[in-house]
Write a protein that binds this ligand. Structure first.
Ligand SMILES: Nc1ncnc2c1ncn2[C@@H]1O[C@H](COP(=O)(O)OP(=O)(O)O)[C@@H](O)[C@H]1O
Ligand SMILES: [Mg+2]
Length: 278
């Protein structure tokens, strides 16, 4: 694989949490610019830890790690900040202040890129309502621009967080269970939109997915994580059921989730009626 085409690469990487728990062990993985990758695996497998490593909030304890062609943990503070600003991280529980208006929550995506005076001005009077509205409209949230975030449902809040991270215009988008708070129809629609937007903008996308069926349907590459190791790394259409059985073996949550997801009907892109706004 040509280095120029690689968004990030891990060679024998271990991650150890502060309490000494080795959450990832010997990970070797390379992802090209513009690839769309889903991480699947049982609870506690290490998916969130891997996303935090890629988001440059956790450093590897061992191994080699390259992000956009350089080792972020050998970079100077300014360079590390610049690398981080190229990465959008959609957390499982998005840290959005409850009393904040949706427009401010979305515009916060670019606070790290704007000069201080523009960020300050935007807190008083939103500086790019149109830009925020455009991101929200793509996620069927156009009418919510001036709503307070604590008046939104969990699924709507997840879409506001998604609009914010898309507004940031990252080169690498990390999403930790981005549709976990949504009903199956809305989850399907949102995962489809997320992949379509990533593909349209040439963004590298890595998302952990609780719903395996959604991962297989919408992502081009699927990586199975279990016990802090990679169990498989395959094109989505080559993930055989046996692989998933091994991945979720003796995992009551995964075992009950997979068949349930498989039984969900697949909605089309049009039916905004199923995208329940509250
Ligand atoms: N901050 C932390 N401190 C200590 N252990 C952690 C921390 N975060 C996660 N772990 C542990 O690391 C392992 C992987 O967790 P996580 O990455 O959250 O898995 P997943 O996202 O696949 O459910 C689990 O055993 C979990 O208990
Ligand atoms: Mg997790």
């Amino acid at each position: 694989m040509a280095a120029a085409a690689t968004a990030f690469a891990l060679h024998g990487v271990d991650v150890v949490h502060r309490n000494g728990h080795r959450a990832l062990e010997g990970l070797t993985l390379a992802v090209r610019h513009g690839e769309r990758v889903a991480l699947v695996g049982p609870s506690g497998a290490g998916k969130t830890t891997l996303l935090r490593l890629l988001g440059l909030s956790l450093a590897p304890a061992d191994g080699r790690f390259e992000m956009f062609g350089s080792d972020p943990w050998r970079a100077r503070a300014g360079e590390l900040r610049r690398l981080r600003s190229r990465i959008g991280h959609l957390h499982q529980n998005p840290p959005i202040p409850p009393r904040q208006r949706v427009v401010h929550a979305v515009l916060a995506g670019r606070l790290g890129q704007w000069p201080w005076w523009r960020s300050l001005a935007s807190l008083l009077m939103p500086v790019d309502c149109q830009g925020a509205a455009a991101e929200l409209a793509r996620l069927d949230m156009a009418g919510r621009l001036f709503e307070r975030c604590d008046r939104l449902s969990g699924g709507q809040l997840q879409r506001v967080a998604l609009a914010r991270v898309l507004y940031q215009r990252p080169q690498l988008l990390l999403a930790d269970e981005p549709v976990a708070a949504m009903d199956p129809a809305l989850a399907e629609l949102t995962v489809r939109l997320l992949n379509a937007e990533a593909s349209r903008r040439g963004v590298t996308l890595v998302a952990s997915m609780h719903a395996v069926e959604l991962a297989l349907r919408h992502f081009e590459r699927v990586i199975g994580v279990r016990g802090g190791r990679l169990l498989f790394d395959l094109p989505a259409d080559r993930v055989a059921p046996g692989r998933l059985d091994a991945l979720y073996e003796s995992d009551p949550v995964g075992a009950s989730t997979r068949p349930a997801q498989a039984r969900q009907p697949s909605p089309t892109l049009q039916p905004c009626a199923v995208v329940s706004c509250r």
